[in-house]
Design a protein around this ligand. Structure first.
Ligand code: 5AD
Ligand code: SF4
Length: 489
């Protein structure tokens, strides 16, 4: 153990991490046992994730800590502790959280001992915390993106004073505490944070303000974490960062993302490596060669956010690439890996976007032919440069452009997805199909979903499957012999 029980008894709180949190996990466990004995039943929790993969990974860390304390996981908000891990990248994410807090209030009226916690990106905004203090006084605790490792300490404090709202928000990253328990959603695949924060300050984006400056973990730390995961049965990792292509630049001994990937490929037993997100301005030829060198391990998929096809708008967005340089990058990627799947993010209605600018976006979509694209209506985020720009685009114009873009990306996405019909490829089986229990559901290395007849014994295995028919964005298939594989592992 990281500290001895004597300290718990004598009330000496360790100052250093992770010992301090280990102490609070034990202390909270003791407090929880008392409540649980009083109630005559175990106490349950539900962590609800809004937003991106980073938040999903953070939620696994929160669940790991809560289980260590002795809470029992449930998937309903009728729980003794509910935590919302929030997102603030677009305004509607905030609106959703406020709306759902109303529902939690009703539940708390039925169960007055219920604890409600809020964390994540939204909580790093001062006006959000003020609103919660004023309008949602029933919330028990709030913490931010820089101190999720402190959950045990916050829960312990909250158990001791349940009537008080605890607000623990840091302005910037102080400590990075990694060696805490994690409850993985899947036993066979896992996200791995390789860096935190973002330095890019795209004009529309709030992320750098709520997640702070870029911080890379060392390659040694990342490799050790992946080796431990593999020893624990993980075959696929997703390397996570807001901009993985600038990984390692700020380390005392700088390392490139390509070098990191090359090293990770050497880990025995690891079958698939994914990563996101790649900023087009930083995607190096070195990375393309490393991907092409390890087609059996590095998944043939790149998420390459375009945001806009108009060079003028890209400049205003502070993206540091042009329409032509983006298209040239795609050509280099496809020359090295012809079958690669490309996906993207596109914003419609950025301030000043004209019909001509929008046509440039449609042109890039037609030329690149993405496998899929996330399309977003521009959302004004206060504090960002774009929020105070003139020429905000009228709502009806945005809606019309959004519909046209969506129908184009869907049509092309369907055509692209179908290009593997009849081939046999490796599917990493994730679960029993939710609609039909005689089927299992999994993913190709390029992330396309496949359903095929099978049972629970296949979960976590990579199985060769013939892709019989394509149905929009997924395939129906049948199991094939191992030697029939044409690509992937
Ligand atoms: N409005 C709309 N979409 C946004 N994104 C980021 N900020 C905004 C905003 N203010 C989108 C970008 C990014 C994705 C994660 O969210 O496309 O790539
Ligand atoms: Fe936001 Fe740009 Fe950073 Fe992505 S790269 S998180 S869009 S600022």
């Amino acid at each position: 153990m990281l500290f001895n029980d004597e300290k718990l008894m004598t009330g000496q709180v360790p100052a250093e991490e992770p010992e301090r949190q280990a102490y609070f996990m034990k202390k909270a466990a003791q407090q929880l046992r008392e409540v649980s004995e009083r109630k005559g039943r175990p106490l349950t929790f539900d962590v609800v994730t809004f937003g991106c993969q980073m938040n999903a990974r953070d939620s696994e860390k929160l669940r790991g800590i809560l289980e260590e304390i002795g809470f029992v996981k449930t998937d309903t908000e009728e729980a003794d502790l509910v935590i919302y891990n929030t997102c603030t990248v677009r305004e509607n994410a905030n609106t959703k959280v406020y709306g759902r807090l109303g529902g939690l209030h009703s539940l708390k009226k039925q169960n007055p001992d219920m604890m409600i916690g809020l964390c994540g990106c939204m909580m790093q905004e001062k006006q959000v915390v003020e609103t919660i203090r004023k309008k949602f006084g029933f919330v028990n605790f709030i913490f931010g993106t820089y101190n999720i490792y402190k959950l045990a300490e916050i829960v312990s404090e909250s158990l001791a004073s349940p009537k008080r709202m605890i607000v623990d928000i840091q302005e910037k990253a102080e400590a990075s505490v990694e060696q805490l328990p994690i409850d993985r959603k899947y036993s066979f695949k896992s996200g791995v944070n390789i860096m935190y924060g973002c330095n890019n300050f795209c004009s529309y984006c709030i992320v750098p303000y709520v997640r702070g400056r870029e911080r890379s973990r060392t390659p040694q730390e990342i490799m050790r974490e992946i080796e431990r995961l593999v020893a624990d049965g993980v075959v696929e990792v997703m390397l996570l960062g807001q901009n993985v292509n600038s990984y390692g630049k700020t380390l005392p001994t700088p390392v490139s993302f390509a070098e990191l990937l090359d090293g990770i490929c050497e880990i025995d037993g690891l079958k698939r490596i994914r990563f996101m997100t790649s900023h087009p301005k930083d995607l190096s030829d070195e990375l393309i060669s490393v991907m092409a060198k390890h087609p059996d391990k590095i998944c043939p998929h790149l998420h390459l956010p375009l945001q806009s096809g108009s060079t003028r708008i890209l400049q205003s967005m502070n993206r540091h690439y042009t329409k032509d340089s983006y298209l040239a990058l795609v050509d280099r990627i496809r020359a090295a890996m012809p079958d690669i799947s490309l996906t993207t993010d596109i914003i419609v209605g950025y301030p000043g976007e004209t019909e001509e600018d929008f046509q440039e976006t449609l042109d890039v979509v037609r030329r690149v032919r993405y496998d899929s694209a996330f399309t977003f209506i521009y959302s004004k985020r206060s504090g960002t440069p774009a929020a105070v720009m003139e020429d905000q685009v009228p709502e009806d114009v945005i809606k019309d452009r959004f519909d046209r873009l969506l129908s184009l990306v869907q049509q092309i996405g369907r055509e692209q997805t179908a290009r593997f019909t009849g081939k046999t490829m490796g599917v990493l089986v994730e679960q029993i199909n939710e609609q039909d229990a005689s089927l299992v559901t999994g993913r190709l290395d390029n992330n396309i979903v496949v359903h095929f007849p099978g049972d629970a014994s296949l979960i976590g295995k990579i199985v060769p499957v013939r892709l019989d028919s394509c149905h929009g964005f997924y395939y129906l298939g049948t199991r094939a012999d191992s030697d029939a594989l044409v690509s992937g592992t």
